[in-house]
Design a protein around this ligand. Structure first.
Ligand SMILES: Cc1cc2nc3c(=O)[nH]c(=O)nc-3n(C[C@H](O)[C@H](O)[C@H](O)COP(=O)(O)OP(=O)(O)OC[C@H]3O[C@@H](n4cnc5c(N)ncnc54)[C@H](O)[C@@H]3O)c2cc1C
Length: 410
C-alpha cells in the first residue's frame, strides 16, 4: 500500500499533522499501536493555554532548587535512579532557563501560542466537536497575598509584552465565579483568552474521525518497524511512502536516535485521578492551586486532578506519590467526593531542553520530518503544529517562522 505520507503516532500532534496533510490533498496513513489519543493526549488537564507564551522553565532560585533536592515537594519529584540518564537534559534545561535566554525562547514560542485558540476552533468546527471546547479561560488561585502579588506582576508583564489578557480576582470576585472553593483563598488570576477541553481524549478521537472522513487511513502498527525508504509494518500489511513524520510524543527519542538524530530529550511524567463533586458543589473553571502544584479541572468524567512533574524514566513503574500527597489538600480546596478511577492514570510530557518543540525536516534523512517535544503544551499546540508542518512539507508559505523549531539546533 503506497501513500503520499505516513504519520507515526496518533496523539494530538500526529492526528493534527495527518489531518492537515490530508486536507491539502495528500493521501495519508496515520499509524499507532493504539487507537488515536490514548496516551499523553488522553489524560492531560485540557488547557489551551493562550497565555502560555513563556514555556515552563527550570526553577533557578536557590531556595527552590534546595526544596526540590529533598524530593518531598508537591509539584516536582524525581526518581533518583533516573538522574544520571536525565543529567544532560537537565543541565541544558537549567541553562536555557536563565531569565534572558528564557525571554528569547518566549519570543519564538509566542509565535506558535498566538494561534492555539484559533487553530483549535477551526479544526473543532470542521470535526463537529466544538462542544468539547469551553471559552471561559482558566484560573490560578493563591493561598497568600505575597504569592498572588508576585504572580500578578508576572501576568502584567505577559500582557505588556504579548497582549495576553487576564482578570485579577479578589476574594469576592473569586467567590462569585467559583462559589464552592475554599473561602480562605487570597485571590486568583483568570486567563480570559485561554480555553479548555472537557474531554481531551474525545477531542483527539473527534479530530481523528475527521481525518478518516476526508479520506485519511488509520492503521494499527509499530513504529519500530520503520525502514528507510520509507515503510512500516501494520496489521493490514506493509505501507510505503516517500515521506514519514515522527510524531511519537515521548517515544520519539529512540527512533530519532536510531535514524541519526540523538537528542537530549527528557520526560516529565504526571498523573490524574477523577473524583465526584460532593452534591451540589460545582467547579466552573480549571483551577491551579499554585502553592501546592496541582490542578482541578471539570471534565466529562468528573473532577480531574492532575499532578505536577515527576522526573523519571519513560517506562518506569508508576509512583503516584504526588497524587496521594495533594489529594487531602485538594479536598480542602473543593468538596471532592470519592475516587472514580480504579487506579491513577499516568502520562509523559515529551520535553526538549530549550522548551521549544521540534517541528520540521530531518535534513540528513530524505523524506523524514519531525513533530514532537511539545512538553506541557502539546494539547495547546497540536493544531498549529499540524498546519505548520503541512505547509513546510508542501513548500507553502508558513504560518510562523519555522526556524526556531528546527531539529538541527541540537
Ligand atoms: C498530567 C499532564 C497534564 C497536562 N496538561 C496539559 C494541558 O492542560 N494543556 C496542554 O496543552 N498540554 C498538557 N499536557 C501535555 C500534553 O498532554 C502533551 O504535550 C501532548 O499530549 C503530547 O502529544 P503527542 O501527540 O506529542 O504525544 P502522545 O499523545 O503521547 O502521542 C504519541 C503516540 O505515539 C504512539 N506510539 C508510541 N510508540 C509507538 C510505536 N512504537 N508504534 C506506534 N505508535 C506508537 C502512542 O501510542 C501515542 O498515541 C499535560 C501532560 C500531562 C502528563
Amino acid at each position: 500500500m503506497k501513500f503520499d505520507a505516513i504519520v507515526l503516532g496518533a496523539g494530538i500532534v500526529g492526528v493534527c499533522v495527518a489531518d492537515h496533510l490530508q486536507q491539502n490533498g495528500l493521501s495519508v496513513a496515520l499509524v499507532d499501536r493504539k487507537a488515536p489519543g490514548m496516551e499523553t493526549s488522553f489524560g492531560n488537564a485540557g488547557l489551551i493555554q493562550r497565555e502560555g507564551v513563556y514555556p515552563y522553565a527550570f526553577p533557578r532560585a536557590f531556595a527552590d532548587v534546595l526544596r526540590y533536592a529533598g524530593n518531598q515537594a508537591l509539584d516536582v519529584r524525581y526518581h533518583a535512579d533516573a538522574m544520571r540518564e536525565l543529567a544532560p537534559f537537565l543541565w541544558r534545561y537549567w541553562r536555557n532557563s536563565h531569565p534572558a535566554r528564557h525571554a528569547e525562547i518566549a519570543r519564538s514560542y509566542a509565535t506558535l501560542i498566538e494561534h492555539c485558540v484559533s487553530e483549535h476552533r477551526e479544526l473543532a468546527a470542521q470535526a463537529g466537536v466544538s462542544d468539547l471546547i469551553r471559552a471561559s479561560g482558566w484560573m490560578k488561585v493563591f493561598r497568600t497575598n505575597a504569592k498572588f502579588d508576585r504572580e500578578r506582576s508576572v501576568a502584567e508583564r505577559w500582557r505588556r509584552e504579548y497582549d495576553v489578557d487576564f482578570e485579577a480576582l479578589d476574594s469576592a470576585r473569586l467567590k462569585q465565579l467559583e462559589p464552592d472553593l475554599d473561602d480562605s483563598l487570597a485571590g486568583g488570576l483568570r486567563f480570559t483568552a485561554a480555553e479548555s477541553v472537557s474531554d481531551p481524549g474525545a477531542l483527539v478521537a473527534g479530530y481523528a474521525r475527521h481525518f478518516s472522513k476526508i479520506g485519511g487511513r488509520l492503521f494499527l502498527g509499530d513504529a519500530a518497524t520503520l525502514r528507510e525508504g520509507w515503510s512500516v509494518e501494520t496489521q493490514e500489511g506493509r505501507i510505503e511512502s516517500q515521506r514519514v513524520v515522527l510524531a511519537l510524543g515521548p517515544w520519539s527519542g529512540p527512533i530519532a536516535a536510531r535514524l541519526g538524530y540523538p537528542m537530549p530529550l527528557g520526560i516529565k511524567r504526571g498523573y490524574h485521578m477523577h473524583y465526584e463533586a460532593q452534591s451540589p458543589a460545582r467547579l466552573n473553571h480549571p483551577v491551579l492551586d499554585v502553592e501546592n502544584g496541582y490542578l482541578l479541572a471539570p471534565m466529562a468524567r468528573g473532577i480531574r486532578l492532575t499532578t505536577g512533574a515527576e522526573l523519571a524514566r519513560c517506562d518506569a513503574p508508576k509512583t503516584p506519590a504526588q497524587l496521594d500527597a495533594v489529594e487531602p489538600i485538594a479536598r480542602g480546596l473543593f468538596p471532592l467526593g470519592s475516587r472514580l478511577d480504579a487506579e491513577p492514570w499516568m502520562g509523559r510530557r515529551p520535553c526538549t531542553p530549550d522548551m521549544l518543540p521540534i517541528i520540521g525536516p530531518a535534513r540528513r534523512r530524505e523524506g523524514m520530518w519531525f513533530a514532537f517535544g511539545h512538553a506541557h503544551h502539546g494539547l495547546t499546540l497540536g493544531p498549529v503544529t499540524g498546519r505548520l508542518l503541512a505547509q513546510m512539507m508542501l513548500g507553502k508559505e508558513t504560518i510562523v517562522d519555522p526556524n526556531p523549531f528546527r531539529a538541527e539546533r541540537f
